[in-house]
Design a binder for this molecule. Structure first.
Ligand SMILES: Nc1ncnc2c1ncn2[C@@H]1O[C@H](COP(=O)(O)OP(=O)(O)OP(=O)(O)O)[C@@H](O)[C@H]1O
Ligand SMILES: [Mg+2]
Length: 253
């Protein structure tokens, strides 16, 4: 089934991300896993959203489908007014490069490239030149100036994650998705990385979506989506951390 797209094409002031009845089913031989079972949502441009839920509830699957890294089994994903479900593989790759930033839990930096080259890699892949002012701003903001010539293997976890965030923002994407961006960090470093993402969302009007296990991280978001067994079961507005924890536990897997 293809869902028609009623979302207006106003990426910067209206809806940045919309999912319409998104399903994702994994098949491994005879085994079938319904990871998403009909998720619809709409995220305002400039908002910071956290996605929470117990392990296996479908958070990463949701993020990968919303970011165009994976295709829903059915349903539609609309980014900045573009229905990406309808794109060919090549067009989807191009769209991702131009409009979507992704921060992986394991950073995914390229080991033989310097910090500077890692940050600019999305521009190189897209065949676009760097905006020197924007690049300098990100480097300052992420406190990376002294590290630009290092290799990823010479960085701490928090430094590597700041590089990954700068890389995700370098193209000024319509939306940045981050899967457990603080998961591998100690709590102080995680809080600093989260603060950077939150300030970025606020100051730059950047739409950010974070998957997290950590209720304190989720409590920094304006909106918290609770997933359970492939369904969106709750939406909390600026909740406290203990409220997030209670809802996740109540929702179950
Ligand atoms: N490639 C895959 N093939 C088969 N099943 C998969 C695949 N990826 C995920 N799943 C299944 O889909 C469900 C949702 O997985 P997902 O990774 O989205 O959960 P999650 O909420 O991100 O969990 P966690 O908090 O542990 O990261 C799980 O039952 C998982 O086993
Ligand atoms: Mg996950």
């Amino acid at each position: 089934m293809t869902v028609t797209n009623p979302v207006p094409t106003t990426p910067l002031t209206g809806t940045a991300v919309a999912l319409h009845d998104v399903h994702k089913t994994y098949r491994n031989g005879a085994a079938v896993t319904a990871a998403l079972r009909g998720v619809s949502l709409s995220l305002q441009a400039g908002s910071l959203t956290a996605v929470v839920g117990q392990s296996g509830s479908g958070k990463s699957t949701l993020l990968h489908c919303a970011a165009g890294l994976d295709r829903p089994t059915r349903g539609a994903v609309v980014i900045g007014g573009h229905d990406i479900s309808a794109l060919s593989d090549d067009d989807l790759t191009r769209f991702r490069r131009d409009h979507i930033g992704f921060v992986f839990q394991a950073y995914n930096l390229v080991g033989h490239l310097s910090v500077r080259d890692n940050i600019e890699l999305p521009l190189i892949l897209a065949g676009r030149g760097a905006d020197p002012d924007w690049a300098a701003h990100l480097v300052e903001r992420m406190d990376l100036r002294a590290l630009l010539d290092r290799l990823p293997g010479e960085l701490s976890g928090g430094q590597a994650q700041r590089v990954a965030i700068a890389r995700a923002l370098i193209t000024r994407p319509t939306v940045v998705f981050a899967d457990e961006p603080t998961g591998a960090l100690d709590s102080a470093t995680g809080a600093a990385v989260l603060g950077l993402l939150r300030d970025t969302a606020r100051d730059l009007g950047q739409t950010v979506v974070i998957v997290t296990h950590d209720s304190r991280v989720a409590a920094a978001a304006e909106q918290v989506l609770v997933l359970s067994d492939g369904l969106l079961v709750d939406t909390l507005e600026t909740p406290r951390a203990d409220e997030v924890t209670a809802r996740v536990l109540a929702a179950g897997r």
